[in-house]
Design a protein. Structure first.
Length: 318
């Protein structure tokens, strides 16, 4: 296998062109089928009405006005309309049923008896929707009509309606603070690799990380010789936007004042949780361990000044 130079390595990790990066973003968008709604938007939507189904498929006395609602977390309350088709004095039971959405974490359960007076053909129940900061996929629960005397569910396609809770939380995207390679002075014992959370910071998220060796690079840095291998998990709390990875940098056994360091290794991000959290296409930060030429030059100049002062003192005092 041939070796690759540093510029080729950057292209492989960061993408060669703007078109390539746009293609990547489009691919991510296609894979995500979840409806994007504004944070805090109050949405209550009727998706399918009972009037769309044939009369023979409905219950003869009771039914829901709408068979599928969508409601955002921030909506607070959803009002579900129940129809008394005969207009007679009567009662019917209504209850919620957990599915992916569960009470009380996602909504507050309802189980009550509706009493219709003579001539009353409509009634409403209110269902409280719980708004939290944790990202979740869109989740459903159901509302079912039942016979008050027998407790049996009523038959008919209009006696059960589905409610979809749309999540409006933005867990964000993870990127390295350093957009290009990170140059780290060889004489600094700890390398700090910053990871930032952008485009949202709702809820708790995690991402795994580890140092890696670029085997096909001539000036590769090696663990236990140039740096200490680290791996672990970063946890971002709600509203937290930055975490740091600390990598110890080692002094070589054969290193002296004339040694020039120029080795590279990587820090890789992977397995973000929840899965909706995207890691930048540049999922690996290139770290270059370098001799700080300017700092070394200043140190040498300072040493020369001290030597001259010592010589002058020695000459003055004889």
């Amino acid at each position: 296998m041939s070796e690759v130079n540093r510029e080729e390595l950057r292209k492989r990790l960061e993408g060669e062109s703007l078109i390539e990066r746009i293609g990547y973003r489009q691919k991510v968008a296609i894979l995500s089928k979840k409806e994007v709604i504004a944070k805090g938007a109050k949405i209550r939507r009727e998706n399918r009405l009972a009037s769309d189904i044939e009369d023979k498929m409905r219950h003869p006395q009771f039914g829901f006005h709408c068979l599928h609602y969508s409601v955002s977390e921030a909506a607070g309350v959803l009002r579900v309309k129940i129809i008394n088709k005969t207009g007679n004095e009567c009662t019917v039971g209504v209850k919620t049923i957990d599915a992916e959405a569960e009470s009380p974490g996602d909504y507050i359960a309802v189980d009550q008896v509706i009493e219709f007076e003579q001539g009353t053909k409509e009634a409403e129940i209110s269902i409280v929707i719980v708004d939290d900061d944790a990202w979740e996929p869109d989740e459903d629960f159901f509302v079912q009509l039942y016979d008050v005397g027998t407790k049996q569910d009523l038959k008919g396609e209009d006696t059960r309606c589905r409610v979809t809770i749309m999540d409006d939380d933005r867990p964000g995207q993870l990127v390295f603070s350093e957009k290009k390679s990170l140059k780290h002075p060889a004489d600094a014992k700890e390398c700090i690799v910053g990871v930032e959370r952008i485009h949202g910071c709702d809820g708790v998220i995690t991402v795994k990380y580890k140092t890696i060796v670029f085997d096909r690079v001539k000036n590769k840095a090696l663990p236990d010789r140039d740096f200490t291998h680290v791996e672990g998990t970063l946890t971002f709390k709600h509203n937290e936007t930055r975490q740091d990875i600390i990598v110890p940098i080692l002094k070589r056994e054969d290193e002296d004042e004339n040694t020039v360091r120029d080795e590279i290794f990587g820090v890789k991000l992977f397995d973000a949780d929840p899965s909706i959290v995207k890691i930048s296409k540049k999922d690996t930060c290139i770290v270059e361990i370098v001799t700080d030429a300017e700092r070394k030059k200043q140190a040498e100049a300072l040493q020369q000044l001290l030597d001259r002062i010592n010589r002058e003192e020695h000459t003055s005092w004889g």
